[in-house]
Design a protein around this ligand. Sequence first.
Ligand SMILES: Cc1cc2nc3c(=O)[nH]c(=O)nc-3n(C[C@H](O)[C@H](O)[C@H](O)COP(=O)(O)OP(=O)(O)OC[C@H]3O[C@@H](n4cnc5c(N)ncnc54)[C@H](O)[C@@H]3O)c2cc1C
Length: 420
Amino acid sequence: MILWNLIRVMPAEGTRMEQSTPFRAIHLPIGPIPIPHAVRFMRVVADFCILGGGIAGLTLARSLSASGRTVAIVERDVAGRGAGYAAAGMLAPLVEARVEEREVVGFGYRALLHYPEFVADLEAESGMTVGYRTEGTLIVGVDRDDTEAIRHQFQEHQELGLPVEWLSGYECRKMEPCLAPGIPGGVFSPRDHQIDNRLLLEALRISLHRRDHVTIIEGAGDGAIVETGAGAGYVAGELTVEAGHLIIATGAHGELLGPLGLGGAIRPVKGQIIRLDQSSMPLLDHVVRSPEMYLVPKLDGTVVLGASSEDRGFDPSITAGEILELLRAAWECVPGIYELPIVETRVGFRPATIDHAPMLGGSGVDNISLATGYYRHGILFSPYAAEILAAYLLRGDESEWLTTFSPGRFHATSTERLSC
Ligand SMILES: Cc1cc2nc3c(=O)[nH]c(=O)nc-3n(C[C@H](O)[C@H](O)[C@H](O)COP(=O)(O)OP(=O)(O)OC[C@H]3O[C@@H](n4cnc5c(N)ncnc54)[C@H](O)[C@@H]3O)c2cc1C
């Protein structure tokens, strides 16, 4: 059921809207969200138009609108239901660190440091908690091969100077008593935190809903970027958005990048993920990982078990094999999960670039920027990336990250380019 009383009926000052059929700009902050009817006959004028209402788009809208500038978010489907909804919510730049990904690790670490302030502000704005947990992350192996792999990774962590420590099997079990008795040892990373990504998305929606100069348009369907007198615009069916600047934050969906000379720069990496219920039999407090899976306990009593990593395009199927592998790997580490009810299985699509680093900043076409390619770390990266891009778009503040992650590194040599 659509909560009609929550439908925004008046445009904010500075944002102009005109429509000739029932209004479809919808804000549904809490509860199950129905797919809204198609957007029809609407014209919106705003300073910024963000395409994509995932974690990247919503955090960017929040950072941009903090200045009082008008922001329109155009979501093809339902905001907050993309990969960010499927995710596990780990804020883990350190345990996943690889020497060859120094820049991504560095960015992730800065993003992690930004989180406490971001959470405090967002919780105050939205009036709700977002399940931020700082117990840390434990990586364990169940056999000699696993332990070797973890030791190798630990050496890389030391090379990178990361604050992690090696623990014996006894010390691991002292920290998490439900670990399998034979676990030989592991690594503890106290600074790899986690958050409830679903509460986070909800809090973002509430926070944005409270800003009259932000408009979220859902159910817009597919559209195209167009040139307008104001800067750049977007047309989808009967919806037209005119904006001074347009930002593409469409996650793994790269269709709009082709005309910018960036076709093929983004691909979806499928992840199958499971939610278990440990509320009647609490097993874990820390995030527990092995080379083959992770278990992320949430404050609501669920444990997220993930995730597969598959290059299969947008294949939405849940497969017996991947689910079996995840459950087996989790059971070998924490045998007690055998008894836990499965409450959900889900598929999400990580937005991956060729070099697995973000695309953040100008697209190479005037008045169009990108905020995507966050791959395995979109929950971690988004709030910090949003601040960096907003500072640039609002005040021209340069950041080294905008150079490092410039979308221009993927520009095709000969592609028909859009000019706006
Ligand atoms: C199984 C799994 C586990 C993960 N675990 C973690 C984790 O623990 N920690 C972490 O940091 N990250 C994790 N990630 C990664 C993280 O979820 C992503 O990096 C992040 O969600 C990307 O955010 P996004 O906003 O770019 O994309 P999305 O969240 O996918 O949002 C994109 C939005 O754009 C919309 N859209 C697409 N095309 C259009 C269009 N043409 N017009 C308008 N709207 C459009 C979509 O409908 C969608 O709502 C995980 C991902 C998966 C799949």
